[in-house]
Design a protein around this ligand. Structure first.
Ligand SMILES: [Zn+2]
Length: 362
């Protein structure tokens, strides 16, 4: 196994391409230059993610999202006025991923064969990183865009392999972060259909009630793609210790998020500052440690950075200039006493284990 290979299980690449109008084939410096002077979004000229930076950081495999919310007229969240529009948005995102494949920038990973071939490619030291496409496993964040359950099957045929029913606020299948309440009846049917298709359930963003309900309804492979610990930074968006224990019992893996408000207490969006608040990349290791202590091993933590997930450098650990710097976790984990085997599990091995276990069933 390539010693430094990193898998990042949560990046909204297509959202950045289409809604932030970022050409992710370019280096981050070029994308920032292009955004200088723009004020339409807080994170303009502060992005950290692009395909060259992923390759530079040896982040050869990612879980890449499709994401499109449906909102009613009273919602303060961005979104579409109907499921059909949201579906079309998600299909535009898919079209962007396909165009990246055509350029050999990315490659879709859907099964054991494509996964094995991809890992072998990234292990091949004779091929320069610049010549390696970034592998992506397709996931849907928030299920609103599935017009009805027949669209889950269409999405599966298009390569979708993981799904988180909820995002922020109200959802057609499940309410999300900041809300309460169980899964909608559509959401229960969705989980059963996902089981039928052997898809992976992402519990990220579920309400507490829906989290526990999902664990009992859904029988298959579970992950929490981008999720930190509530006992360290208190918010419903984070996992409490009972939830962490239950995920460990299910053999799940939890991806540490690098959105700084999830790493430090009392963060105020647009006001706080990663340097003044003292939040380096190493902060995520406190969350890893916490989960490893509960588990008694390092089999359940990994990376789900969510970098450029509607925020940029203004809300990322201050020692990250681009996503390539996530590679320094290698060294930081060693300094914190993690052995080489454990570090490899955290950087990629834990994700690969549960994905392989799941796909062997196909
Ligand atoms: Zn998210």
């Amino acid at each position: 196994m390539n010693n430094n290979l990193i898998m990042d299980a949560h990046l909204d690449l297509a959202m950045n391409a289409l809604e932030w109008n970022r050409d992710l084939k370019q280096p981050v410096s070029k994308i920032r230059e292009r955004e200088n002077g723009l004020t339409d979004k807080l994170d303009r000229a502060k992005g950290l993610v692009s395909l060259p930076e992923l390759r530079k950081g040896n982040i050869g495999l990612v879980v890449a999202t499709q994401i499109a919310r449906v909102v009613d007229q009273h919602s303060s969240l961005p979104g579409w006025n109907s499921p059909e529009q949201a579906w079309a948005q998600s299909q535009g995102q898919l079209a962007w991923y396909k165009a990246m494949e055509d350029q050999n920038e990315m490659i879709l990973i859907t099964d054991m064969l494509s996964l094995k071939n991809h890992i072998a490619l990234w292990e091949n030291a004779n091929i320069a990183a610049e010549d390696k496409p970034v592998g992506y496993i397709l996931s849907l964040e928030g299920a609103d865009s599935l017009i009805d359950l027949s669209y889950l099957e269409k999405a599966y045929v298009n390569g979708l392999r993981a799904l988180g029913p909820a995002h922020y606020g109200p959802g057609r299948y499940a309410n999300g972060t900041g809300m309460t309440g169980p899964l909608k009846s559509l959401g229960i049917q969705l989980l059963k259909e996902m089981d039928h298709l052997n898809m992976i359930l992402d519990v990220t963003h579920l309400t507490d009630e829906a989290f526990w309900q999902a664990l009992s309804v859904f029988k298959g492979t579970i992950w929490a793609s981008h999720h930190n610990c509530r006992s360290l930074v208190d918010h419903q968006r984070q996992l409490n210790d009972d939830q962490i224990k239950a995920l460990i019992e299910r053999g799940a893996v939890i991806g540490g998020s690098l959105d700084v408000w999830m790493l430090t207490n009392n963060w105020k969006r647009g006001v706080s500052d990663p340097i003044k608040n003292g939040v380096p990349l190493e902060s995520i290791i406190d969350h890893f440690d916490h989960i490893c202590q509960i588990a008694g091993n390092s089999d359940h933590v990994a990376i789900g950075s969510d970098l450029d997930g509607m925020y940029g450098k203004e809300q990322a650990p201050y020692d990250l200039e681009t996503i390539a710097d996530v590679q320094s976790l290698n060294k930081l984990l060693a300094i914190r006493g993690y052995q080489s085997d454990d570090i490899q599990k955290i950087l990629h091995g834990n994700w690969l284990r549960i994905i392989s276990n799941n796909w062997h069933k196909n």
